[in-house]
Design a protein around this ligand. Sequence first.
Ligand SMILES: Cc1ncc(COP(=O)(O)O)c(C=O)c1O
Length: 224
Amino acid sequence: MTMGDSIHGSSSSSKWFFFFLSSSLSLNLFLLYLFFFGRQSDRLTWTRQAALEAEAVASLSCSGHGRAFLDGIGSSQGEPACECYACYAGSDCSELLPDCPADAESGDPLFLEPFWMQRAERSAVVAYEAQTHLFNSEDYEWKGDAFQWKNTSDSSVNTIEFVTSPNNPDGQLRRPVIQGRFTKVIHDHAYYWPHFTAIPSMVDEDIMLFTLSKITGHAGTRFG
Ligand SMILES: Cc1ncc(COP(=O)(O)O)c(C=O)c1O
């Protein structure tokens, strides 16, 4: 390498240095300008606009017989409108159409949810008698680890075994241990997610509990 090469090299790298320095300064000045002056603009950002639209939609109840959509049927000027469930009509879905057969098995299984939410007292008694008796907690006593009762439990006594599978904290898949005609098993699958243990197959038990608590942190959110 000659002296000329080295001088040429250092002058071209300082050109790049000034180029990046001036680009970075300009960008920062531009962002500062946006930060101080851009916010005074009356224009809505898309997130604020979306939040306002979501609030407008949420404020429309649709009488519990429909769902509000911003782009719903009949909404022309970007105003939220109700899309009524089967057998309901009107701008707020309050008109019940006479002699209208509704097929409860077609479509959204939650289509009656808002209706029952408005009638919480009556919806609370939707239960079968046998299940209600079985789970009457007054008749039950906590007996501890099911392994202790595996061989000693009286097979004619109503028993509920909770099976946590995968188990907390070891992540082991578990099976019920108490046998008997009067034993019911509740499978707690809160940890049935592949990052806790390898999931060998789909589960299909009579009573299963799932939650989003361990996957997304939405504690108390259940399905099953
Ligand atoms: C094994 C097991 N089942 C159920 C739950 C309850 O989950 P949730 O947060 O949905 O109440 C937990 C919560 O810690 C748990 O560890």
